[in-house]
Ligand binder design. Structure first.
Ligand SMILES: *Cc1c(COP(=O)(O)O)cnc(C)c1O
Length: 395
Protein backbone atom coordinates (compact mmCIF):
# COMPACT_ATOMS: atom_id res chain seq x y z
CA UNK A 1 0.00 0.00 0.00
CA UNK A 2 -0.48 2.42 -1.67
CA UNK A 3 -0.87 1.29 -5.28
CA UNK A 4 0.58 4.53 -6.67
CA UNK A 5 4.01 3.27 -5.61
CA UNK A 6 3.99 0.92 -8.59
CA UNK A 7 2.53 3.09 -11.34
CA UNK A 8 4.04 2.19 -14.69
CA UNK A 9 3.47 1.75 -18.40
CA UNK A 10 0.25 -0.17 -17.75
CA UNK A 11 -1.53 2.80 -16.16
CA UNK A 12 -0.23 5.14 -18.87
CA UNK A 13 -1.52 2.86 -21.62
CA UNK A 14 -5.04 2.67 -20.19
CA UNK A 15 -5.17 6.45 -19.73
CA UNK A 16 -3.89 7.08 -23.26
CA UNK A 17 -6.61 4.75 -24.60
CA UNK A 18 -9.15 7.14 -23.15
CA UNK A 19 -7.40 10.33 -24.23
CA UNK A 20 -7.11 9.04 -27.79
CA UNK A 21 -10.89 8.86 -28.13
CA UNK A 22 -11.54 11.92 -25.99
CA UNK A 23 -14.54 10.19 -24.38
CA UNK A 24 -14.15 10.81 -20.66
CA UNK A 25 -17.75 9.88 -19.88
CA UNK A 26 -18.48 6.33 -18.79
CA UNK A 27 -21.84 6.13 -20.56
CA UNK A 28 -22.84 6.52 -24.19
CA UNK A 29 -20.82 8.02 -27.08
CA UNK A 30 -20.81 4.51 -28.56
CA UNK A 31 -19.85 5.72 -32.03
CA UNK A 32 -16.64 7.53 -31.11
CA UNK A 33 -15.29 5.55 -28.17
CA UNK A 34 -13.88 2.71 -30.30
CA UNK A 35 -15.17 0.07 -27.92
CA UNK A 36 -13.19 1.50 -24.98
CA UNK A 37 -15.19 1.19 -21.77
CA UNK A 38 -12.85 1.53 -18.82
CA UNK A 39 -15.45 1.79 -16.03
CA UNK A 40 -17.42 -1.13 -17.44
CA UNK A 41 -14.28 -3.24 -17.85
CA UNK A 42 -13.25 -2.47 -14.27
CA UNK A 43 -16.70 -3.51 -13.02
CA UNK A 44 -16.58 -6.81 -14.89
CA UNK A 45 -13.09 -7.65 -13.62
CA UNK A 46 -13.93 -6.60 -10.08
CA UNK A 47 -17.09 -8.73 -9.95
CA UNK A 48 -15.12 -11.68 -11.30
CA UNK A 49 -12.33 -11.20 -8.75
CA UNK A 50 -14.81 -10.87 -5.87
CA UNK A 51 -16.91 -13.81 -7.04
CA UNK A 52 -20.09 -11.71 -7.00
CA UNK A 53 -22.79 -11.06 -9.54
CA UNK A 54 -22.55 -7.28 -9.70
CA UNK A 55 -20.32 -4.32 -9.08
CA UNK A 56 -20.68 -0.60 -9.65
CA UNK A 57 -17.66 1.68 -9.91
CA UNK A 58 -18.22 5.20 -8.57
CA UNK A 59 -16.47 8.44 -7.63
CA UNK A 60 -15.14 7.50 -4.17
CA UNK A 61 -15.36 5.14 -1.22
CA UNK A 62 -17.53 7.71 0.52
CA UNK A 63 -19.86 7.70 -2.50
CA UNK A 64 -19.87 3.89 -2.39
CA UNK A 65 -21.09 4.00 1.22
CA UNK A 66 -23.81 6.53 0.32
CA UNK A 67 -24.86 4.41 -2.65
CA UNK A 68 -24.99 1.24 -0.55
CA UNK A 69 -27.09 2.90 2.15
CA UNK A 70 -29.50 4.29 -0.45
CA UNK A 71 -29.75 1.04 -2.42
CA UNK A 72 -30.41 -0.92 0.79
CA UNK A 73 -33.17 1.53 1.74
CA UNK A 74 -31.43 2.96 4.79
CA UNK A 75 -32.50 6.56 5.32
CA UNK A 76 -34.20 9.16 7.50
CA UNK A 77 -34.19 8.27 11.18
CA UNK A 78 -32.75 4.77 10.77
CA UNK A 79 -30.09 3.83 13.30
CA UNK A 80 -26.88 2.42 11.80
CA UNK A 81 -24.27 0.80 14.03
CA UNK A 82 -20.69 1.83 13.24
CA UNK A 83 -17.33 1.42 15.00
CA UNK A 84 -15.47 4.40 16.50
CA UNK A 85 -12.23 3.39 14.74
CA UNK A 86 -12.67 4.08 11.03
CA UNK A 87 -12.13 6.88 8.58
CA UNK A 88 -14.75 9.56 9.33
CA UNK A 89 -16.29 8.97 5.87
CA UNK A 90 -18.20 5.94 7.20
CA UNK A 91 -19.98 8.16 9.71
CA UNK A 92 -20.48 11.04 7.27
CA UNK A 93 -22.21 8.73 4.79
CA UNK A 94 -24.66 7.63 7.49
CA UNK A 95 -25.33 11.22 8.59
CA UNK A 96 -25.90 12.54 5.05
CA UNK A 97 -28.26 9.64 4.38
CA UNK A 98 -30.39 11.22 7.13
CA UNK A 99 -29.67 8.23 9.35
CA UNK A 100 -28.25 8.08 12.87
CA UNK A 101 -24.79 6.70 13.60
CA UNK A 102 -24.75 4.58 16.75
CA UNK A 103 -21.29 3.71 18.02
CA UNK A 104 -20.37 0.30 19.31
CA UNK A 105 -17.07 -0.79 20.89
CA UNK A 106 -14.23 -2.41 18.99
CA UNK A 107 -12.36 -5.52 20.16
CA UNK A 108 -8.82 -6.87 19.77
CA UNK A 109 -9.36 -7.14 16.00
CA UNK A 110 -9.53 -3.27 16.09
CA UNK A 111 -12.92 -3.72 14.40
CA UNK A 112 -16.55 -3.82 15.57
CA UNK A 113 -16.99 -6.08 18.60
CA UNK A 114 -19.90 -8.52 18.01
CA UNK A 115 -20.73 -8.59 21.74
CA UNK A 116 -20.97 -4.81 21.94
CA UNK A 117 -22.95 -4.67 18.69
CA UNK A 118 -25.65 -6.83 20.25
CA UNK A 119 -25.93 -4.43 23.21
CA UNK A 120 -26.60 -1.28 21.12
CA UNK A 121 -29.36 -2.73 18.91
CA UNK A 122 -32.75 -1.02 19.41
CA UNK A 123 -36.07 -1.25 17.58
CA UNK A 124 -34.84 1.64 15.39
CA UNK A 125 -31.66 -0.17 14.27
CA UNK A 126 -31.76 -0.82 10.55
CA UNK A 127 -28.21 -1.56 9.47
CA UNK A 128 -24.71 -2.37 10.66
CA UNK A 129 -21.50 -1.21 8.97
CA UNK A 130 -18.45 -3.07 10.25
CA UNK A 131 -15.19 -1.60 8.95
CA UNK A 132 -12.36 -3.99 8.10
CA UNK A 133 -9.70 -1.57 9.32
CA UNK A 134 -6.06 -1.48 8.36
CA UNK A 135 -6.18 -4.34 5.89
CA UNK A 136 -7.65 -7.20 7.90
CA UNK A 137 -10.89 -8.77 9.02
CA UNK A 138 -13.53 -7.86 11.55
CA UNK A 139 -15.18 -10.91 13.18
CA UNK A 140 -17.43 -10.89 10.17
CA UNK A 141 -19.01 -14.32 10.63
CA UNK A 142 -20.26 -13.46 14.13
CA UNK A 143 -21.37 -9.99 13.02
CA UNK A 144 -23.32 -11.45 10.12
CA UNK A 145 -25.00 -14.00 12.39
CA UNK A 146 -26.17 -11.19 14.70
CA UNK A 147 -27.48 -9.17 11.73
CA UNK A 148 -29.35 -12.21 10.43
CA UNK A 149 -30.84 -12.94 13.85
CA UNK A 150 -32.11 -9.36 14.26
CA UNK A 151 -33.12 -8.79 10.63
CA UNK A 152 -30.51 -6.05 10.15
CA UNK A 153 -28.89 -5.01 6.88
CA UNK A 154 -25.16 -5.74 6.80
CA UNK A 155 -23.06 -3.33 4.70
CA UNK A 156 -19.28 -3.84 4.83
CA UNK A 157 -16.87 -0.94 4.68
CA UNK A 158 -13.93 -2.78 3.10
CA UNK A 159 -12.30 0.45 1.86
CA UNK A 160 -9.09 -0.41 3.70
CA UNK A 161 -9.18 -4.13 3.03
CA UNK A 162 -9.28 -4.50 -0.73
CA UNK A 163 -8.00 -7.95 -1.66
CA UNK A 164 -8.31 -9.34 1.87
CA UNK A 165 -10.30 -12.51 2.47
CA UNK A 166 -11.83 -14.49 5.34
CA UNK A 167 -11.63 -18.27 4.94
CA UNK A 168 -10.97 -17.65 1.25
CA UNK A 169 -14.02 -15.40 0.71
CA UNK A 170 -13.28 -11.76 -0.19
CA UNK A 171 -14.08 -9.13 2.43
CA UNK A 172 -16.89 -6.99 1.09
CA UNK A 173 -18.90 -10.02 -0.05
CA UNK A 174 -20.35 -11.11 3.29
CA UNK A 175 -23.07 -8.46 3.60
CA UNK A 176 -25.91 -7.24 1.38
CA UNK A 177 -23.38 -4.82 -0.11
CA UNK A 178 -19.65 -4.23 0.22
CA UNK A 179 -17.88 -0.91 -0.29
CA UNK A 180 -14.34 -0.24 -1.54
CA UNK A 181 -12.26 2.89 -1.97
CA UNK A 182 -9.72 3.50 -4.72
CA UNK A 183 -8.65 6.94 -3.53
CA UNK A 184 -5.11 8.23 -3.95
CA UNK A 185 -3.62 6.34 -0.98
CA UNK A 186 -5.47 3.03 -1.11
CA UNK A 187 -4.14 -0.43 -2.03
CA UNK A 188 -5.45 -0.04 -5.58
CA UNK A 189 -6.00 3.52 -6.75
CA UNK A 190 -8.00 5.29 -9.43
CA UNK A 191 -6.77 8.66 -8.13
CA UNK A 192 -10.33 9.04 -6.88
CA UNK A 193 -12.75 6.14 -7.02
CA UNK A 194 -14.79 3.58 -5.16
CA UNK A 195 -17.09 0.64 -5.77
CA UNK A 196 -19.99 -1.33 -4.38
CA UNK A 197 -20.37 -5.07 -4.88
CA UNK A 198 -23.40 -7.29 -4.34
CA UNK A 199 -25.00 -10.54 -5.41
CA UNK A 200 -28.46 -9.00 -5.40
CA UNK A 201 -29.63 -7.80 -8.82
CA UNK A 202 -32.32 -5.52 -7.41
CA UNK A 203 -29.82 -3.79 -5.11
CA UNK A 204 -27.36 -3.44 -7.96
CA UNK A 205 -29.91 -1.80 -10.25
CA UNK A 206 -30.87 0.63 -7.46
CA UNK A 207 -27.21 1.44 -6.85
CA UNK A 208 -26.47 1.89 -10.55
CA UNK A 209 -29.44 4.26 -10.91
CA UNK A 210 -28.90 6.20 -7.66
CA UNK A 211 -25.29 6.96 -8.59
CA UNK A 212 -26.41 8.59 -11.87
CA UNK A 213 -29.54 10.70 -11.16
CA UNK A 214 -31.82 7.67 -11.33
CA UNK A 215 -30.96 6.76 -14.93
CA UNK A 216 -31.98 3.18 -15.67
CA UNK A 217 -29.28 2.86 -18.35
CA UNK A 218 -31.63 1.03 -20.73
CA UNK A 219 -31.35 1.56 -24.48
CA UNK A 220 -28.92 3.67 -26.49
CA UNK A 221 -30.38 7.15 -26.02
CA UNK A 222 -29.41 8.62 -22.66
CA UNK A 223 -31.96 11.40 -23.08
CA UNK A 224 -34.77 8.88 -23.40
CA UNK A 225 -33.81 6.72 -20.41
CA UNK A 226 -36.32 6.08 -17.63
CA UNK A 227 -35.88 7.34 -14.06
CA UNK A 228 -37.73 5.36 -11.43
CA UNK A 229 -35.98 7.01 -8.51
CA UNK A 230 -34.23 10.25 -7.75
CA UNK A 231 -30.51 9.91 -7.39
CA UNK A 232 -27.43 12.04 -7.49
CA UNK A 233 -24.09 12.16 -9.29
CA UNK A 234 -21.55 9.74 -7.86
CA UNK A 235 -20.08 8.88 -11.27
CA UNK A 236 -16.43 8.14 -11.93
CA UNK A 237 -14.71 9.47 -15.05
CA UNK A 238 -13.16 7.16 -17.62
CA UNK A 239 -9.71 8.61 -16.88
CA UNK A 240 -9.91 7.56 -13.24
CA UNK A 241 -11.38 4.19 -14.17
CA UNK A 242 -8.53 3.65 -16.64
CA UNK A 243 -5.88 4.11 -13.94
CA UNK A 244 -7.79 1.75 -11.68
CA UNK A 245 -8.13 -0.91 -14.34
CA UNK A 246 -4.35 -1.17 -14.71
CA UNK A 247 -3.99 -1.16 -10.92
CA UNK A 248 -6.62 -3.84 -10.37
CA UNK A 249 -4.61 -6.17 -12.59
CA UNK A 250 -1.65 -5.66 -10.22
CA UNK A 251 -3.57 -6.60 -7.08
CA UNK A 252 -2.01 -10.05 -6.65
CA UNK A 253 1.47 -8.60 -7.02
CA UNK A 254 0.65 -5.85 -4.50
CA UNK A 255 -0.66 -8.38 -1.98
CA UNK A 256 2.38 -10.59 -2.40
CA UNK A 257 4.84 -7.76 -1.76
CA UNK A 258 2.90 -6.51 1.26
CA UNK A 259 2.57 -9.97 2.76
CA UNK A 260 6.28 -10.68 2.35
CA UNK A 261 7.30 -7.38 3.96
CA UNK A 262 4.82 -7.71 6.80
CA UNK A 263 5.68 -11.32 7.48
CA UNK A 264 9.40 -10.53 7.78
CA UNK A 265 8.77 -7.67 10.21
CA UNK A 266 6.13 -9.43 12.31
CA UNK A 267 8.21 -12.58 12.65
CA UNK A 268 11.20 -10.54 13.83
CA UNK A 269 9.13 -8.51 16.32
CA UNK A 270 7.93 -11.65 18.05
CA UNK A 271 11.19 -11.47 20.02
CA UNK A 272 9.93 -8.28 21.73
CA UNK A 273 8.03 -9.50 24.81
CA UNK A 274 6.40 -6.11 25.55
CA UNK A 275 4.34 -6.02 22.39
CA UNK A 276 1.22 -7.96 21.42
CA UNK A 277 -0.29 -8.03 17.97
CA UNK A 278 -3.74 -7.14 16.75
CA UNK A 279 -5.86 -10.29 16.60
CA UNK A 280 -6.36 -11.26 12.96
CA UNK A 281 -9.15 -13.84 12.55
CA UNK A 282 -7.61 -15.27 9.36
CA UNK A 283 -3.90 -14.45 8.95
CA UNK A 284 -3.74 -15.99 5.47
CA UNK A 285 -6.38 -13.56 4.22
CA UNK A 286 -4.78 -10.40 5.67
CA UNK A 287 -4.07 -7.91 2.87
CA UNK A 288 -1.08 -6.83 4.97
CA UNK A 289 -1.34 -3.10 4.36
CA UNK A 290 -0.54 -2.44 8.02
CA UNK A 291 1.14 -4.10 10.97
CA UNK A 292 -0.74 -3.16 14.15
CA UNK A 293 0.61 -3.90 17.61
CA UNK A 294 -0.14 -2.96 21.19
CA UNK A 295 2.18 -1.74 23.94
CA UNK A 296 1.44 -2.41 27.64
CA UNK A 297 0.00 1.06 28.33
CA UNK A 298 -0.68 4.50 26.84
CA UNK A 299 2.50 6.15 28.15
CA UNK A 300 4.67 3.44 26.60
CA UNK A 301 2.77 3.62 23.31
CA UNK A 302 3.28 7.40 23.11
CA UNK A 303 6.96 7.08 24.03
CA UNK A 304 7.59 4.34 21.44
CA UNK A 305 5.72 6.27 18.73
CA UNK A 306 8.02 9.25 19.31
CA UNK A 307 11.13 7.05 19.35
CA UNK A 308 10.15 5.29 16.12
CA UNK A 309 9.63 8.65 14.39
CA UNK A 310 12.94 10.01 15.73
CA UNK A 311 14.76 6.91 14.45
CA UNK A 312 13.32 7.47 10.96
CA UNK A 313 10.92 4.49 11.09
CA UNK A 314 8.27 6.33 9.10
CA UNK A 315 4.63 5.45 8.54
CA UNK A 316 3.84 4.59 12.18
CA UNK A 317 0.42 5.88 13.22
CA UNK A 318 -0.77 6.46 16.77
CA UNK A 319 -4.49 6.72 15.99
CA UNK A 320 -5.52 7.63 19.54
CA UNK A 321 -3.77 10.97 19.16
CA UNK A 322 -4.77 11.43 15.52
CA UNK A 323 -7.67 13.57 14.27
CA UNK A 324 -8.88 11.40 11.46
CA UNK A 325 -9.44 7.79 12.35
CA UNK A 326 -10.76 7.63 15.88
CA UNK A 327 -13.87 9.13 17.43
CA UNK A 328 -12.14 10.61 20.49
CA UNK A 329 -11.02 13.78 18.71
CA UNK A 330 -13.93 14.13 16.30
CA UNK A 331 -15.29 17.27 17.92
CA UNK A 332 -17.04 18.29 14.70
CA UNK A 333 -19.04 15.09 14.82
CA UNK A 334 -19.78 15.27 18.54
CA UNK A 335 -21.05 18.86 18.12
CA UNK A 336 -22.83 17.95 14.83
CA UNK A 337 -21.00 20.84 13.19
CA UNK A 338 -21.78 20.79 9.50
CA UNK A 339 -22.11 23.30 6.71
CA UNK A 340 -25.88 23.28 7.17
CA UNK A 341 -28.50 21.86 9.53
CA UNK A 342 -28.49 18.07 9.53
CA UNK A 343 -31.52 15.77 9.35
CA UNK A 344 -30.21 14.18 12.53
CA UNK A 345 -30.81 17.43 14.42
CA UNK A 346 -34.57 17.03 13.91
CA UNK A 347 -34.60 13.81 15.92
CA UNK A 348 -35.31 13.94 19.62
CA UNK A 349 -33.96 10.53 20.52
CA UNK A 350 -30.54 10.81 18.91
CA UNK A 351 -27.49 9.68 20.87
CA UNK A 352 -25.83 12.26 23.12
CA UNK A 353 -22.53 12.18 21.23
CA UNK A 354 -20.53 14.48 23.54
CA UNK A 355 -21.33 12.16 26.47
CA UNK A 356 -20.61 8.96 24.60
CA UNK A 357 -18.29 6.60 26.52
CA UNK A 358 -16.40 3.79 24.81
CA UNK A 359 -13.96 2.71 27.52
CA UNK A 360 -12.89 -0.58 25.95
CA UNK A 361 -12.17 1.04 22.59
CA UNK A 362 -10.25 3.85 24.32
CA UNK A 363 -8.19 1.34 26.29
CA UNK A 364 -7.26 -0.53 23.11
CA UNK A 365 -6.59 2.48 20.91
CA UNK A 366 -4.47 4.20 23.57
CA UNK A 367 -2.01 1.28 23.37
CA UNK A 368 -2.04 0.67 19.61
CA UNK A 369 0.48 1.64 16.93
CA UNK A 370 -0.08 0.74 13.26
CA UNK A 371 2.75 0.75 10.76
CA UNK A 372 2.01 1.12 7.08
CA UNK A 373 3.59 -1.55 4.85
CA UNK A 374 5.01 -0.02 1.70
CA UNK A 375 5.48 -1.62 -1.70
CA UNK A 376 8.55 0.39 -2.61
CA UNK A 377 10.84 -0.70 0.25
CA UNK A 378 13.93 -2.45 -1.06
CA UNK A 379 14.92 -5.55 0.91
CA UNK A 380 17.72 -3.73 2.76
CA UNK A 381 15.21 -1.11 3.88
CA UNK A 382 13.06 -3.83 5.43
CA UNK A 383 16.09 -5.26 7.24
CA UNK A 384 17.12 -1.82 8.53
CA UNK A 385 13.57 -1.12 9.66
CA UNK A 386 13.44 -4.41 11.55
CA UNK A 387 16.70 -3.60 13.33
CA UNK A 388 15.56 -0.10 14.33
CA UNK A 389 12.21 -1.40 15.52
CA UNK A 390 13.74 -4.17 17.63
CA UNK A 391 16.15 -1.68 19.24
CA UNK A 392 13.23 0.52 20.25
CA UNK A 393 10.62 -2.10 21.13
CA UNK A 394 12.69 -4.83 22.77
CA UNK A 395 12.13 -3.46 26.30
C1 LIG B 1 -10.68 5.72 2.52
C2 LIG B 1 -11.85 5.26 3.34
C3 LIG B 1 -13.17 5.63 3.05
C4 LIG B 1 -13.52 6.67 2.03
O1 LIG B 1 -12.98 6.52 0.80
P1 LIG B 1 -12.73 7.78 -0.18
O2 LIG B 1 -12.52 7.09 -1.49
O3 LIG B 1 -11.55 8.51 0.30
O4 LIG B 1 -13.99 8.58 -0.17
C5 LIG B 1 -14.18 5.09 3.80
N1 LIG B 1 -13.94 4.23 4.81
C6 LIG B 1 -12.68 3.88 5.14
C7 LIG B 1 -12.47 2.92 6.26
C8 LIG B 1 -11.60 4.39 4.43
O5 LIG B 1 -10.36 4.07 4.79
Amino acid sequence: MPGFEIFGAEERKEVMDVLETGVLFRYGFDGVRKGRWKAKAFEAELAERMGVGYSHLCASGTAALSIALAACGVGAGDEVVVPPFTFVATVEAVIYAGAVPVFSEIDDTLCLDPGSLESVITDRTRAVIPVHMCGAQARIGEIKAICDRHGLILIEDACQAFGATMDGKPLGTFGRMGCFSFDAVKTVTCGEGGAVVTDDRVLYLKADAFADHGHDHQGLDRGAEGHEILGTNHRISELNAAVGLAQLRKLDKILEIQRNHKNAIKTALKQCPAITFRHIPDEAGDSATFLSFMLPDEATAREKTAKLAAAGVDGCFYWYGNNWHYLRQWDHLKQLSSAARLPLELLENRPDYPKLQLPRSDALMARTISMQIKLSWPEQAVDRRIQSMIDILKD
